[in-house]
Each structure stands twice: as structure tokens, then as C-alpha cells.
Design a protein around this ligand. Sequence first.
Ligand SMILES: Cc1cc2nc3c(=O)[nH]c(=O)nc-3n(C[C@H](O)[C@H](O)[C@H](O)COP(=O)(O)OP(=O)(O)OC[C@H]3O[C@@H](n4cnc5c(N)ncnc54)[C@H](O)[C@@H]3O)c2cc1C
Length: 415
Amino acid sequence: MEKISTTENSTAKISTDCVIAGGGPAGMMLGYLLARAGVDVTVLEKHKDFLRDFRGDTVHPSTLQVMHELGLLEKFLKLPHSEIRTANLEIGDRYFTIGDFTRLPTVCKFIALMPQWDFLDFLAGEARAFPKFHLLMETKADDLLTQDGTVIGVAATGPDGPFEIRAGLTVAADGRRSTLRDRSGLEVQDLGAPFDVLWLRLPVLPGDPVDLIGKVKNGQLFVMIYRTDYWQCAYLIPKGGFDAIKAEGLDNFCGRLKSIAGFAAGRIDDAIPDFDQIKLLTVTVDRLKNWARPGLVCIGDAAHAMSPIGGVGINLAIQDAVATANLLGPVLQQGTPAFADLKMVQARRAFPTKVIQAFQVAAQNFILAPTLRSMTTPKPPLLVKLFDAVPWLRQWPARFIGMGVRPEHVKLAKR
Ligand SMILES: Cc1cc2nc3c(=O)[nH]c(=O)nc-3n(C[C@H](O)[C@H](O)[C@H](O)COP(=O)(O)OP(=O)(O)OC[C@H]3O[C@@H](n4cnc5c(N)ncnc54)[C@H](O)[C@@H]3O)c2cc1C
């Protein structure tokens, strides 16, 4: 990173090989990989730290594999985390095991659950060891800088005011409400989502199962994710339905929760004294028609917001970052990537994204939405009974969720 203008009354200008807007999983992993390969990279993150509301804590086996390939796994797993080895479903009063991560062909045969800020802090700490890594916190990417239709960097605002950052490659990794994607003119396809999610926490007590449990009962869907000292819980509601739930009152809502929370029902009144304890996730499923224009490529949620089904958003973001580094790292080591180079990212990553989104859209339209509309408990589908009855089969849903489609491996060498 180099200062190219600091005269008074003129906007400060900085230059770098690659500027990445967004220090989420996609942006931080890409920043780490490029800096490790000797590319000068600058990550802009609008928040002053990584500490914020729950935003998904799942570190999937494929991400752990990437950490292993980078030689970071052992150190990473020393951070406090919990490990989930099976996925389970409770339909009415019947319990089914439908996924088994212990049979996966990866180095870690589990999903690690760790607060996203710990994961990002860890990546940032490791990346800072590389002299070509620059992380500008409290710095918001406001707009794209363009010249003859090519993106040549970003107009940003940091703690000292506005400045410009020029780069041979600009990456939009600024999440599903991406500013740079908006400014780019790239077209978004909305795939629709008929439900939203209410996130809440319940206490863990001795003797609780160490598991991931989905519960389906009387038109309600509830997911409990074991987090060592608390349960991270998701309660699914019809799209836009949170205001109606609030209008019905807290007692009604807690009553509904108690009817589905099973062994944790008795903890609800104390854990949820008001609606402030509930965080609404407005579910969006979309993707860009084209992920790139000259000088700019979008990755992670900025290219494709995922449904929370399967908890795969972080995983896909990391996989996009690895693929982008593999494809564009060698080009950046030599100079500026051409538009054709940037299009290769979509060519590589669109297929896995489309497959997972097709599964999510089918699940939300044919299973979740009808269940939320009905007041009855559905019959267990044949596939669920089959996974439960034949343990060997349980590796396949675990593979789909835990490793995704066409998992990426680190190919860009350290320099
Ligand atoms: C409540 C909730 C629960 C979730 N649960 C799960 C889960 O269990 N498992 C899972 O895999 N996924 C989950 N997800 C989705 C997951 O968080 C995302 O898919 C994943 O974080 C995408 O990574 P990303 O790096 O592409 O984008 P993000 O994680 O959204 O990161 C984007 C970053 O860019 C920053 N930023 C935004 N705009 C700008 C700007 N203009 N300039 C500079 N910086 C900017 C943001 O502050 C943020 O740090 C959940 C999401 C939410 C909201």
C-alpha cells in the first residue's frame, strides 16, 4: 500500500494491488491468501471490530480443511469452540439421526462452532504477519472509482475522512447488502424466501445432548445448535411475520416456544423476558447474473446471499475466497487481471452456488413453507427414515452440507 497524494485540500489517495471491501469470512480469507502469496492487499472493514450480533458460527469441515492446508488448523482449534458430529431431526415425538460428519473424507470430521468474531480475529491476526497485508478498520467503501468503464478502485471513508484507494483489482466482499454491488450495476436475481428466522439463546444444562437438533411439530420449526454454554436457537416464521408475533404478545410467543423446545421448555421464561432477546434474520436468497465487470469481482454473500438452511453461507464465502486466490493470485503477482480472468471466478463458483441454492429453494418451498402453513405435524419423509435406519447413508447429507459441491483446495503458494 502506497500513499500517492497527501497534499492539503486534496483527497488522500492510496494505491494497492488489490482492494477488498468487507472484512467478513470472504474478504478476510482472500486478504490472507493474497498477502501470503506476496500480493499487496488492502481490506476495508466498516466496523471498528469484528464483535457484533450472532451471524452464524459454523466452521464447516471444508473450511477446517483449508485451515489445515494453510498450516493453521492446530492453532485455530485451540480457540474455544464446540464440535458437532451428527445432525438430528425430531418430527413430533420421533427422533431421527440424518447426518453423520464422522465419515467425511476430510481432516476434521465435525462442524466446529465458534463465534464468527473469533474466527475473523484469528484470520486477521495471522494475516498481519504478512507485510503486504493491510486491514483498514472503521473504513467504509462508499463507491467505485471508474475510468473508461473499468473499475480502478474505491472511494472510501475512514476515521480521518474520505480518501481514494486505487487498485488493479477491486473485490466486493461486503455482504448481502453490498454497497459496491449496488454501485456496480450488476444485475441481481432474487430467488425468494418464504420465511424469516428468529434467533434466540437458551441456557445449556448438564446432561443436555451435544448436538444439532431440528424440531418439527404442529406447524412449527425450531433448530437448536449446541454451543457449550448456551443453545443457539432458530425459530422459523412466515416471511414478514415478526410484527404479528409481537402484536400477539410475549406470553403467546413463549407458549409456542415451550410447545416445541422439548427438554429446554422450562428455561424459556427466564431466558426470554422480552422481545429484545430475539434477533430477526430477514432471509434473502439471491445471486448475481454476472459476478464481474472490468476491474471488479464480487464474492461471498455479495455475489450470492444464501438461505440459512444448512448454515452454509460462511462455508461458501470461504470457498469463493480460495477459488479467487487460486485463479487471480498468480495473475496479480504479475500485474493487473483482465476481465476474462475475473470471469473465471464465476465460471468456477457458480455451479456449487446454484446446486446449493436449488436445494435450499426446494427445501424452503416444498418442506418449510407448507409446514409453517399447517397446524399439524407432518409424517416423517421416507428419506429421513432411510438416513436414520442406514447409518452408512448419513454421510451423504453430511457431505453435502459439510463439504459442499466441488470443495476448493489451496493452490496459491506462499511467497
Ligand atoms: C443472523 C445470521 C445467522 C447466520 N447463520 C449462519 C450459520 O449458522 N452458518 C453459516 O454458514 N452462515 C450463516 N449466516 C450467513 C453468514 O453469516 C454469511 O453467509 C457469511 O458471513 C458471508 O460472508 P461474507 O464475507 O460474504 O459476508 P459478510 O459476513 O456479510 O461480511 C461482509 C463484511 O463487510 C462489511 N461491510 C459491509 N459493507 C461494507 C462497506 N461498504 N465497506 C466496508 N465494509 C463493509 C461488513 O461489516 C462485514 O464485516 C448467518 C447470517 C446471519 C445474518
